[in-house]
Ligand binder design. Structure first.
Ligand code: 5AD
Length: 350
C-alpha cells in the first residue's frame, strides 16, 4: 500500500486522500525513510545542496489579536511587550547584511503602533539602504490597500499562515472577532498584488484532524503559494490551550516530504518550532525536503520575549559565530548556505 502511495506521489506528483491517510497513519519506519529519501532527492534536483537563509527580525510582540494558541496574544498579561524602532530594525539589517543575508523577514504581532504608514516607510527605508535585498513582511491581516502600499514601497514577499483551511476548526482556534474569510481574503489579495506568498499551518493544533489537514492540502493546491511554512504546534502556558499536547514531529516531517514531492520548487522552511520540539529538528526537516532556514537577526535581549510557545529555541545565525555554527551543522549533513536571495523559481526544475 505505502509503496504504491509513495510511487504515485513521487512520480505523478498527485495525492489522493486515501494515499494521504496511508502516508500519515500506516507508514512503517522503512516507508518513512523511503518517503524522506525521495523528498530530499527531489529537493536536491531543484536546489542542489544549498539552503536559503532569511534573516528573521521579530519587530514587535504587541498584538491586537487573541488567538488561543499563541503566547503573544493580547490576553496574555504575563508577556513582556516590546517593539523595535525603525532604527533598531535597520541596525539588525545592517548586521545581517554584513553576515551575508540578502533577505530580511519583518515579523510581528498586529501592533497598532506600527501602523500602515510606519510599515510602508520602514520598508522603503530598508529598500533604499539595501537595494539588492528582498524584503518579506509577516505582520498579519491588513487591508488590501495597506498590502498595496507595502508592495509599492518595495516589499516582495508576505508570509501569512492560513492556520487551518476548515472554517469550523478555525473558529476553535480563534476568537469570534477573527474570521477565516478575512484570512483567505488577505491571501488572495497578496497573490493578486504580485507578492511571493507564504502560507501554512501548525501541525497538531488542538481539534486538528487528518481531515482538516487534508483541507489544508486542498487550499494550498488552489492558492499555489511560493512558500509553505509548517511546524508542530507547541503549547504556551499563558494561553487557553495551556495543558494541551504538543503537535507531532513525525507528522510535521511527513508533511514536509509530501509538500516537497507535490511541489518540487516550493520554498519549504525547516522551522524554529521543529527545532524546538527536537534538538536536531532543523536538520531532520532538511533531510525530509525542507530548503530554507530563518535565523533570528533580532536583538538578543528581545528574542526571548517573542515567545509564541514555551521553550522557544533560538536559531543561531544572529552573530558571526552563529552563522559558522549553522554552517557546521549543515555541513554535517552535506549542505551549505546559499549566497543568493533565493527567489521562488530561481532554479527552475532541472
Ligand atoms: N506553536 C507553534 N506555532 C505557533 N504559532 C503561533 N503560536 C504557535 C504555537 N503555540 C505560529 C502560527 C503563526 C506563526 C507566526 O507562528 O502559525 O502564524
Amino acid at each position: 500500500m505505502w509503496r504504491e502511495a509513495i510511487g504515485r506521489l513521487a512520480e505523478e506528483r498527485t495525492l489522493e486522500k486515501e494515499d494521504f491517510l496511508v502516508l500519515m497513519e500506516e507508514l512503517p519506519r522503512e516507508g518513512e525513510q523511503e518517503l524522506f529519501r525521495r523528498a530530499r532527492e527531489t529537493a536536491r534536483s531543484v536546489f542542489g545542496r544549498e539552503i536559503y537563509v532569511r534573516g528573521l527580525i521579530e519587530i514587535s510582540n504587541v498584538c491586537r489579536n487573541n488567538c488561543y494558541y499563541c503566547g503573544i496574544r493580547r490576553g496574555n498579561r504575563e508577556a513582556d511587550r516590546y517593539r523595535l524602532s525603525r532604527e533598531e530594525i535597520l541596525a539588525c539589517c545592517g548586521n545581517g547584511y554584513s553576515l551575508g543575508f540578502r533577505t530580511f523577514v519583518l515579523q510581528g504581532g498586529e501592533d497598532p503602533a506600527q501602523d500602515d504608514r510606519w510599515v510602508e516607510e520602514t520598508v522603503a527605508a530598508i529598500r533604499m539602504r539595501y537595494p539588492d535585498c528582498a524584503v518579506t513582511l509577516s505582520l498579519g491581516e491588513k487591508t488590501r490597500e495597506a498590502y498595496r502600499r507595502f508592495r509599492e514601497a518595495g516589499a516582495d514577499r508576505y508570509l501569512l499562515r492560513h492556520e487551518t483551511a476548515d472554517p469550523v476548526h478555525y473558529a476553535k482556534l480563534h476568537p469570534a472577532e477573527m474570521s477565516y474569510e478575512n484570512r483567505i481574503r488577505c491571501l488572495w489579495d497578496l497573490k493578486e498584488l504580485g507578492y511571493q506568498v507564504g502560507t501554512g499551518f501548525m501541525v497538531g493544533s488542538p481539534y486538528q484532524t487528518l481531515d482538516t489537514i487534508w483541507e489544508d492540502l486542498q487550499l494550498i493546491k488552489k492558492l499555489r503559494p511560493e512558500m509553505i511554512g509548517i511546524g508542530p504546534y507547541l503549547v504556551h502556558h499563558g494561553t487557553p490551550f495551556a495543558g494541551r499536547k504538543n503537535g507531532s514531529m513525525i507528522w510535521t516531517l511527513r508533511l514536509l516530504a509530501i509538500f516537497r514531492l507535490l511541489y518540487p520548487e516550493v520554498l519549504l522552511p525547516s522551522t524554529t518550532a521543529l527545532n524546538t520540539i527536537h534538538p536536531e529538528g532543523r536538520s531532520l526537516g532538511i533531510l525530509a525536503g525542507a530548503n530554507v532556514l530563518m535565523p533570528n537577526l533580532g536583538p538578543a535581549e528581545r528574542r526571548e520575549k517573542y515567545e509564541l510557545y514555551d521553550h522557544k529555541r533560538s536559531t543561531g545565525g544572529e552573530a558571526a559565530e552563529g552563522i559558522r555554527l549553522l554552517e557546521t551543522i549543515l555541513g554535517k549533513i552535506g549542505y551549505t548556505i546559499s549566497a543568493s536571495r533565493g527567489d521562488y523559481g530561481e532554479h527552475g526544475v532541472h
